[in-house]
Design a protein around this ligand. Structure first.
Ligand SMILES: Nc1ncnc2c1ncn2[C@@H]1O[C@H](COP(=O)(O)OP(=O)(O)OP(=O)(O)O)[C@@H](O)[C@H]1O
Ligand SMILES: [Mg+2]
Length: 264
């Protein structure tokens, strides 16, 4: 069953000069519920733009996006935030909130008009911080921690939202190899145990190969191919789209995290 369905979508950044304007066209795209899907493609091909369209940060000029069959333009933001959590590519904090406060922001969609967070919200926030191993940082300002720690804070905020689907834009870009694997394993576990749907943008094709079940391959604002990971992540496709010759090696045991792709 598909959780997100995109039909005949056209999007263009408006205030750009006509020469460099970027447009995105997606005739049909379906994200299956309960799957780990990766969105890959070269810099500037439109990956972050798709995540922003699905999260209602940007609006398409044409076409529609449906979540569980409902046009997302008809779902109020507060309701939508209970369904979808978005972890942006980079976050530039403008105000030095504490780690605890930022993770607590994930509970905002569940709070009433004037109500404050209750013990359930606090418990969910503590749990999310524990899972991401950031509890010891909870009183620190977001500007006083490392880039990788901040990335884990934003993932914890997304988990505290208790969404049905999580969109992650390069969640591993600042993480060391241990934390990269840890985050992907955590997502895979939430998928298995809580039927969380994951859409992750990543440039790390090894991790994509190990963890995703479905892959969308994009280039120049268009979807080139989609399907099961082994069908899309092929030597030919990678060479065609990324202009790099690669060799895909047998993965062996997945818990060994063998390198699957080596430049040749
Ligand atoms: N706010 C904006 N206004 C105008 N153009 C934009 C804006 N944001 C992005 N673009 C342009 O749209 C294109 C797609 O951007 P997008 O961020 O979706 O790429 P991406 O696939 O996520 O790339 P990367 O791998 O570098 O993160 C790029 O050419 C970019 O310069
Ligand atoms: Mg991007």
């Amino acid at each position: 069953m598909s959780i997100v369905e995109i039909n005949n979508l056209f999007f263009e950044y408006k205030d750009t000069s006509t020469e460099d304007s970027f447009s995105l066209t997606l005739n049909q795209l379906e994200i299956k519920e309960g799957y780990f899907t990766s969105l890959i493609g070269p810099n500037g091909c439109g990956k972050s733009t798709i995540l922003k369209l699905i999260s209602k940060i940007l609006y398409p000029q044409k076409g529609r996006i449906k979540f569980s069959g409902v046009d997302i333009s008809e779902i109020p933001y507060k309701e939508y935030a209970k369904l979808i959590a978005y972890v942006p590519q980079s976050t530039y904090p403008y105000f030095p909130f504490s780690v605890f406060e930022i993770v607590m922001m994930g509970r905002t969609p569940y709070l009433g008009m004037l109500s404050f967070e209750n013990s359930i919200d606090k418990k969910i926030v503590e749990e999310a911080m524990d899972i991401l191993e950031i509890s010891h940082l909870k009183l620190k300002g977001i500007n006083e921690i490392s880039g990788g720690e901040a990335q884990r804070v934003y993932i914890a905020r997304a988990l505290a939202q208790k969404p049905k689907m999580i969109l992650l834009d390069e969640p591993n870009s600042h993480l060391d190899i241990e934390h990269q694997i840890q985050i992907f394993e955590l997502l895979a576990k939430l998928k298995r145990e809580e039927n969380l749907t994951i859409l992750s943008v990543s440039h790390d094709l090894n991790l994509v190969g190990i963890f995703s079940e479905k892959v969308f391959l994009m280039n120049h604002g268009q979807l080139i191919m989609h399907g099961n990971t082994s069908e899309v992540l092929t030597e030919k496709n990678i060479e065609d789209i990324f202009n790099v010759k690669v060799k895909i090696l047998p993965s062996g045991k997945s818990d060994l995290y063998n390198i699957l792709i080596n430049p040749v």
